[in-house]
Write a protein that binds this ligand. Sequence first.
Ligand SMILES: Nc1ncnc2c1ncn2[C@@H]1O[C@H](COP(=O)(O)OP(=O)(O)OP(=O)(O)O)[C@@H](O)[C@H]1O
Length: 709
Amino acid sequence: MPQLAFAGSFWESYDVLEKPVRAGVRKAMQKFQQLTVPELHADKGLHLESVENARDPRMRTIRINDFWRGVVLAPDDGSNVFLLVNVVPHDQAYSWAARRMYTTNSATRALEVRNVVAIEELTPALEKAAAASDSLLFAKYSDTVLRELGIDDQVLRAVRTIVDTTQLRAFETLLPEDQCEVLQYLAEGFSPEEVYRDVVAERQPVDAGPDPDESLAVAIANTTSRITLVTGPDELVHILEKPFAAWRVFLHPSQRRVAYRVSYRGPVQVTGGPGTGKTVAALHRVKHLLTRSPDTRVLLTTFTGVLAASLRENLSVLLDSDASLLARTDVTTVNAYAHGIVSRIDGKVHSPLGDREERQLWQRVIKNLGLPWPEQFLAQEYRHIILAQDLRSWDEYRVASRRGRGSALSSARREQLWPAVELFESMLRDRKATTHLGVCARAAELLAASSPTHDHVVVDEAQDLHPAQWRVLRGAVSPSRDDMFITGDPHQRIYDSRVSLGSLGIAVTGRTHRLRVNYRSTEEILSWATGIMSQVSVDDLAGDSSDSLAGYRSLLHGRRPHIKGYTSEQAEIAALVERVQGWINQGIRPSEIGVCTRFNVLLDKAYDRLSAAGVPAARIRDNPGPQVEGVRLATMHAMKGLEFRCVAVLGVSAGVVPFAREVTPASVDALQHQSDLLRERCLLFVACTRAREALAVSWTGEPSPFVPC
Ligand SMILES: Nc1ncnc2c1ncn2[C@@H]1O[C@H](COP(=O)(O)OP(=O)(O)OP(=O)(O)O)[C@@H](O)[C@H]1O
C-alpha cells in the first residue's frame, strides 16, 4: 500500500478552501490509503495523471472536483510515499506543477522545492547586471564554502548574481527552502560555521550516509520541519478534520532549539519581533518540561486574561488534550496568580483600584498636602521607584537610587514626597482597597516566606512586567536549572515597565536567544510596520543594553498596506465600513478581521456604523469565543498578543497618537517624556503587527508623526 505525506505548501492552500472542496480532498486522500499503486493509476475518479512538460517527471495532478486539482509528487524509485504538495484551481495546476522541481538538499538531506523555470529565466539577465556591479552580496564566500552549506549548481549560479538583500528577497519564493535560509543567515552576517551549526546540522539526520541521493521516501522522512507523514487512516481523518495548526508540528530550527533543549542552567530569555513564534516556543517548552519528568508542575503566565484563555486552548491542542499533562500546568496572568497566593495565605485580598480611581486618589493626596507636583508625577514616582524597588520606609526611600527618572529631587523634596506615599497608602487601607502592584508586592512577600508553588515558570509577553510582578514569579519557583523560560519583545512594551532582571535575581546572561523569522505577517506589512520603530532605540528585556530588530523578516508576501488620510472622521469611518465589506466579499470571515483605535470613543462609532451597515461586530473586551461571528473591535492596548487576517487601524491622527495627555511634559521630566513617547510609538507598532495578510491604517486631518513616510 502507498503511504501519504503532506507538504507545508499543501496546508497553506487547504486551510483557505471551502468546505465541499475540503471534503473532495479528503475523499481523494482516502484512496491513497485504500488502493494499491496500480489501482491508484487506474482509478477513474482520481485521474492521477502526469503533467505535460513538467520539469520534475514525478509531478502528477489528481482531480478534486471540476474546478480544483491536487498536485502530487509520485515516487519513481520503487519507494511508496506520495507527497501532496498543493491544491490549485484547475487552470493553474498544470503550470504550477510544470515549473516546480523537488530535490534533496546535499547537506540537510531534506526535500526542497524550487521554481526551476523562473530561476533559469532570470539568471542570465541578472548575470549581465551583476557583471557591471561593484559588489556582490555573497562574494566573500567561496563555492566550496557555499556547497558545504548545501548550495547546489543552479542556486550557486543564481547566488553569484545577487547584489543586495533586496534582490535576495525577490528570489525568496523561487529558491529551495533550506538553501534560501542558509543564504538569508549569511546575508545577515552570520559566519558559515554558525550557519552550519544552526541551520544545516540542526536538520541533518544523525545517521546520514555519504550518498545524498537516497529514495524520495527517505528525503520525505528527513524533512520533518516541512512535511507531515500520515501513518494510518485514523490519523488522516484526524489531521484533515481539525484546522491544521502548523506550529504544532513544524518548528523553525531556531524555535526547536530553544524549546526542546534538554536543560538550561538557569533562567533563559527568548526575544524576537512580533509574530516570530515566541508564544509557540513558550508552549513547546511547557510540553518539553511536562513530558520530561512525570511530577513537574509548570506555571505559564501571560499579560491578559484573554491571552491566558488562548494559551490554555493552544496548550490543550499541543498536548492532544492529555488531561494528566494539563492538570500539572497552571495558565494564568501574573496578577491573577498573585491574587490567588494572597487570598490563599492571607485569607482575603482587598480589591485593586482601576487606573482612574488611582489617579483621583493621587489628586486628593496632592490637594490635602498642598504638594507642588502633578498627580502623574507622583503616580510615576510611586510605580517606577517605590514599588519597583519595594521601598517600605522613609529611610529606604531617602537613600534610594532614582536612576531612570529625569528630574532631580533634593533631600528636602524627597522628605516632602514621602508623606504623600504614606497618605496614599493609608487612604487605600481606609477604603479596603489596594493596587494590582500592591497585591503583587504582598504575594512576593508571602512567597518569600513560604515554599515555591511550581518547578518551572514559563513567562510569555514578558516585556510589560513590572519589577513587583517579576518578584512574584521569582518567588513561585526556586532558583535552579530550568527555573524560568521567558519570552517577550521589548519593541512591544506598551506599559512603560523598566526592569533590571539581574537585580531581581533573574540572571539570563549567556542564555539569551533571538527568533527572527516572522510567521504571521507578509514582508510588505512587516517592512512598513518596522518603519514605525526605525528611529528609536529600545532597552532589551533584561534592562542591560538595547535591543534591535536586525534580521527580522517574513517569508510571506502579499499586498502593501493601505495607508490613507481623510478630511473628516465620518469619511474615515465610511471608508472603513467599505473596506471591511470588501474583505468579507473576498471570502474573509468577519471574525478574521480586527479593527482597532487608540480610544473607545472612536471604536464605538466604528461599531455603530458597521452594525448599521449590516456587518456583524463584537468587542474583544466582551471576550467573544471563537464561535461568535463578527468583526473584532479593540483598543490598541487590547490588541496585544492577538492576530487577524486583516486589520484596520483607525484614527492614527496627530494629537491622538501620541496622546498628549498620556505624555509627561518634557519640562516635568525629560526622561519620562521620552519614554512616554516611545510607549505610544510601540502601541502603534503592536496594533499594526497584528495583521497577517492585509493592513489598512487611516487618520483624519494630519497623520500621527509615527506614521512612516
Ligand atoms: N513554526 C511555525 N510554523 C507555522 N506557524 C507558526 C510557527 N511559529 C509560529 N507560527 C504562527 O505564527 C503566528 C505568530 O506566532 P506567535 O503568536 O507565537 O508569535 P509571537 O512572537 O508570540 O508574536 P507577538 O510577539 O506578536 O505576540 C501564529 O499564527 C503562529 O501560529
